[in-house]
Each structure stands twice: as structure tokens, then as C-alpha cells.
Design a binder for this molecule. Structure first.
Ligand SMILES: Nc1ncnc2c1ncn2[C@@H]1O[C@H](COP(=O)(O)OP(=O)(O)OP(=O)(O)O)[C@@H](O)[C@H]1O
Length: 364
């Protein structure tokens, strides 16, 4: 097992910069997810690590070894795809054994070695007893387990997964997510996992990279990325956010007061930014951080436009001087459209970002 290091990697297709100067490190034994919207370059990045694509610029290292120009089969990676890519005319056993059989001379494997390794891989993915079935006789989840066993049986240095659970229904997806985490933890294998599903990315990962338009916006443990988004893209892409635009009234250290219409809101200056009085800014808040009953640092008054029961919460859309925000409240509290409401939120739950360079349509 080795760590992966990408240094200033770029890949261009015609006029599209699919991967744009990406530098990141996946630690040895870590499960690292890459999360981003469709077309942000995640798959291209994974393919560069696998060796299916050679970057125009930059370097890829496995441990200390520069593998930028090393052929895919010589890298010691294995890939799991969204569509499983099993051979329909081969049994489960044969599918899993295939990668070993083609390397048997090189690895000096006997039939017994192959048998043992295949059985061990099938045990790992909990498919003992299914050896003689054909892929079509398996459920989607079982097929994906075969694909996983086939990847693991060759004992890769790095495991690559490209949206492996996207074809499964919601319940199976949850189950397989746990399975993948269990197996990865058991083997302590370095795994790079691409997904556009943020819940999947957050729940699986030791660390996560958030990508947009070929660039990595933030890398960190899921909790950190959620609670301290580095920029407005991450703040609005991860989790549910609601925002208000305003202007800075005063800055004191890492805190700022801003004016939004007739209301003054206090919050944190987002990490790594500076701002001055009069600057145009965006305050980002999480809908679950509002309260309508408990007085907190900030009071934001508005008119209820929409109140919807969505299970654990009531979801409110509130008009604040022409701007709309979303708040979740206790379903026991009934609020009618048209009524005035006071929303309370802690200053520590408000993150303020400069709005320069921010194109709204990018994030909403
Ligand atoms: N072989 C190719 N030729 C031309 N353009 C490509 C090629 N592969 C990818 N692209 C373009 O590069 C960009 C990144 O694509 P990529 O598949 O890496 O994104 P992605 O984040 O994996 O998206 P998705 O989640 O939809 O699979 C897109 O704009 C895509 O159209």
C-alpha cells in the first residue's frame, strides 16, 4: 500500500480544462473521496491516477515513485466501475480469478494459490457459496460485490472506485457503503473514491476533496469541510445553505457586523478572508441552525412565504426584504404563509464571505 500524490496536474480536452492544476495527497491507507457536480473533472482525475489518461502538466506519485508515464497495468491499481463491468459468460469464480490467471506466470501462482485467493476475496465481500453463479443470476448489489472482489484479489497498491454505488437502489446503496468501509478498514488499503453524492462522500471518507470546474476547492475531514467551508462554492455545495447578501458595517478581529436591508447580523469572517466597512458580502447559514423560539445573538425578521412539513422539520421559506431564506423549525410550531416571524441564529453559526468574483448562478 502506498499514498498517492498529485502535483499541479492538468488535463485539457480541446477547450475544456477538465483538470486544472490539481495538487493533492491521499495518505497511505486512507479512504479519500472526491466530490463535485457532474462534469467537474472527478472521473478524469481518477483516470489519471489509474494511468488511462496522461496529464499535459504535472506529476503523479505513488509513494516516492513517479508513475506519471507508467502504463496502467504496471501501476498496481484496481478499479471498480459504476456498471460493474463483469464478464457475463464467466461465473463469479472465473470473474474474480481472471486477473490472477493472466498474471499467474509473473506471480508464480499455482491453481491452489488462485483458488485460495479467490475464496478469500469472496469471503471478504460476503459472497461465499455464489462461486458458480453467472452475473445475470445475481442482484445489482451482489454484482457490485463481485466487482469489488475482482479488484481486491490482485492485491492492488491503490483501489480506485468510480461512482460504484450509483446503479443501486437507496437501501442497497447504504448497505454497500458500510461494506466498502468495512473492507477498506480491514485491508487498510489506500482508496480513492469518486462520487457526486455528498452524503456518500461525507459518510465514507477519512478526508474529502471538493471539486468544481477542474479545480479542487477544499480538502479536509468531512466535518471540517461542512462546518468551515473554505469558499462560497463549498459553502453552498455541501449540505443545505441559505444566504443573505449585505454590506459590512464593522469588522472586529474575526467577527463582522453586516447590514441586510434593515437588519444587522453578526457573524464570523470566513477563514482566510479579510473585509472592510462597505464591502459587499454574503452571509451563509444552515437552515437547521435557526430557531423561532429561543432568543439568540441575531434576530432576522421576515414574512413566511411557504411552510412545508418534511418529516423531521417544517421547512420555511421566508422573505427578508426581498431576499429569500430557508429555515427548518420544529414541526410542532405552526406558521401560516403571510405571517411575520422572528428567526434567531447564533453569530457563530453565520459565516460571512466577500461576494466579489461570485456568480450566483454557479451555486444555486
Ligand atoms: N474524452 C473526452 N473528450 C472530451 N472531453 C472530455 C472527455 N472526457 C471528459 N471530458 C470533459 O471534461 C470535463 C470533465 O469530465 P469528467 O468526466 O471528468 O467529469 P465528472 O466530474 O466525472 O462528471 P460525471 O459525474 O458527470 O461523470 C467535462 O466537461 C467533460 O465533458
Amino acid at each position: 500500500m502506498v499514498g498517492i500524490r498529485l502535483v499541479e496536474v492538468s488535463k485539457v480536452y480541446g477547450r475544456v480544462r477538465a483538470v486544472d492544476h490539481v495538487t493533492l495527497e491521499v495518505r497511505d491507507g486512507e479512504l479519500f473521496t472526491i466530490l463535485g457536480p457532474s462534469g467537474c473533472g472527478k472521473t478524469t482525475l481518477l483516470r489519471i491516477v489509474a494511468g488511462f489518461e496522461v496529464p499535459e502538466e504535472g506529476r503523479v506519485y505513488f509513494g516516492e515513485e513517479d508513475v506519471t508515464f507508467v502504463k496502467p497495468y504496471a501501476r498496481g491499481t484496481a478499479m471498480v466501475f459504476q456498471n460493474y463491468a463483469l464478464w457475463p459468460h464467466m461465473t463469479v469464480f472465473e470473474n474474480v480469478a481472471y486477473g490472477l490467471k493472466v498474471r499467474r506466470k509473473q506471480l508464480k501462482l499455482t491453481d491452489e494459490d488462485i483458488e485460495r485467493k479467490v475464496r478469500e476475496a469472496l469471503r471478504l465481500v460476503r459472497l461465499e457459496g455464489m462461486e458458480d453463479r453467472y452475473p445475470l443470476q445475481l442482484s445489482g448489489g451482489q454484482q457490485q460485490r463481485v466487482a469489488l472482489a475482482r479488484a481486491l484479489v490482485v492485491e492492488p497498491r491503490v483501489l480506485l472506485l468510480d461512482e460504484p454505488l450509483s446503479n443501486l437502489d437507496a437501501k442497497l446503496r447504504l448497505q454497500m457503503r458500510e461494506e466498502i468501509r468495512r473492507i477498506q478498514t480491514e485491508l487498510k488499503i489506500t482508496a480513492l473514491y469518486v462520487t457526486h453524492d455528498q452524503e456518500e462522500a461525507m459518510s465514507l471518507a477519512d478526508r474529502i476533496a471538493v471539486m468544481n470546474r477542474g479545480r479542487v476547492h477544499q480538502v479536509g475531514p468531512p466535518k471540517e469541510v461542512y462546518s468551515r467551508p473554505r469558499d462560497l462554492f463549498v459553502a453552498t455545495f455541501i449540505g443545505r445553505s441559505t444566504l443573505l447578501r449585505g454590506r459590512v458595517l464593522e469588522v472586529t478581529g474575526s467577527k463582522a457586523k453586516i447590514r441586510v436591508d434593515g437588519t444587522v447580523i453578526e457573524g464570523n469572517v470566513a477563514h482566510g478572508y479579510s473585509m472592510r466597512e462597505g464591502d459587499s458580502v454574503v452571509a451563509i447559514m444552515r437552515p437547521e441552525d435557526f430557531s423561532v423560539t429561543e432568543p439568540l445573538d441575531n434576530v432576522i425578521e421576515g414574512t413566511v412565504e411557504l411552510a412545508m412539513f418534511i418529516g423531521m422539520f417544517n421547512q420555511l421559506r421566508i422573505d427578508v426584504g426581498g431576499q429569500k431564506i430557508v429555515a427548518y423549525t420544529d414541526p410542532g410550531i405552526e406558521l401560516q404563509p403571510g405571517s411575520r416571524v422572528k428567526l434567531y441564529i447564533r453569530a457563530s453559526d453565520v459565516n460571512i464571505y466577500p461576494s466579489t468574483g461570485w456568480e450566483e448562478e454557479e451555486f444555486t
